[in-house]
Design a protein around this ligand. Structure first.
Ligand SMILES: [Zn+2]
Length: 256
């Protein structure tokens, strides 16, 4: 008998430097143990990468070190009960030289009012070239205008995952109206998205580029998974969204 495919959570935050939330691996594993989740993509917490509460934040050696430690921590996690897929959280030092063969993707994150990414820095283009070469997916949480620019101008040949079905990238509908969901290289995750938007996405764009995610610790893996199961999707569609698509995306990554 073939084991059923494990569920993979494509979106969770994990770290031990930022103590504002219980977001250690142990905290995650405890919640996931009550579910069929067998794998998880982990990103560093934002507050381990830059000061999100200071729009004029200036990078320092101390923050660069904190970022490096935070990203390295995820690489060190090898729990027996879960497969960890570490993502590298990139910031304005565009430190792609820290990428290792174990990295499974790139986390690119910013909200309105937070310090901006230097998209016009030559280092940004060079980083994107390296990301493209490695075929690493980029999970992009950004304001709407930056999201559009990133996908249309910067990310050609790179898979971009828009989290939360666009909730924090200008909204599901704005992304739809800009024609982005229809693009082959634009994927999405279901973290904290409404069941109606999940259904609408599946009707409009099919099930091949949608992945289950929880947004732990802001979302609860159990209830996020329950939300997906309660949609009673066709079994093949459900299997794809709950893990198959994630593995298909990972299979494209060129580790060296
Ligand atoms: Zn998140």
């Amino acid at each position: 008998m073939i084991d059923p495919m494990p569920v993979i959570d494509a979106h969770a935050h994990c770290g031990i430097l930022d103590r504002s939330w219980p977001q250690s691996l142990e905290a995650y594993a405890q919640q996931a143990a009550e579910t069929d989740i067998g794998g998880v993509a982990l990103f560093s917490p934002v507050m381990e990468i830059y000061d999100r509460y200071d729009a004029r934040f200036v990078d320092t050696p101390a923050w660069r070190l904190r970022r490096k430690e935070s990203n390295a921590y995820l690489l060190s996690l090898k729990p027996v009960e879960l497969t960890v897929y570490p993502y590298f959280f990139i910031w304005n030092d565009f430190a792609v030289e820290q990428l290792s063969p174990a990295h499974c993707g790139i986390k690119w994150h910013r909200h309105a009012g937070e310090p901006v990414y230097c998209y016009d820095d030559p280092g940004c283009r060079l980083a994107l070239d390296e990301i493209r070469r490695r075929q690493l997916p980029v999970i992009l949480e950004e304001e709407f205008d930056h999201t559009v620019r990133f996908i249309r101008e910067l990310a050609e040949g790179i898979t971009v995952i828009v989290p939360h079905l666009g909730m924090l990238n200008g909204g599901f509908r704005s992304i739809a109206e800009a024609g982005l969901w229809a693009q082959e290289n634009v994927w999405a995750d279901t973290a904290l998205a409404s069941p109606d938007e999940v259904r609408e996405y599946l009707r409009g764009y099919g099930h091949r580029r949608l992945m289950f995610g929880s947004d732990f610790p802001f979302g609860d893996p159990c209830s996020e998974l329950r939300k997906m199961l309660s949609l009673h999707l066709d079994p093949a569609v459900e299997a794809a969204v709950l893990g198959g698509n994630f593995l298909r995306l990972q299979a494209c990554v060129n580790p060296i």
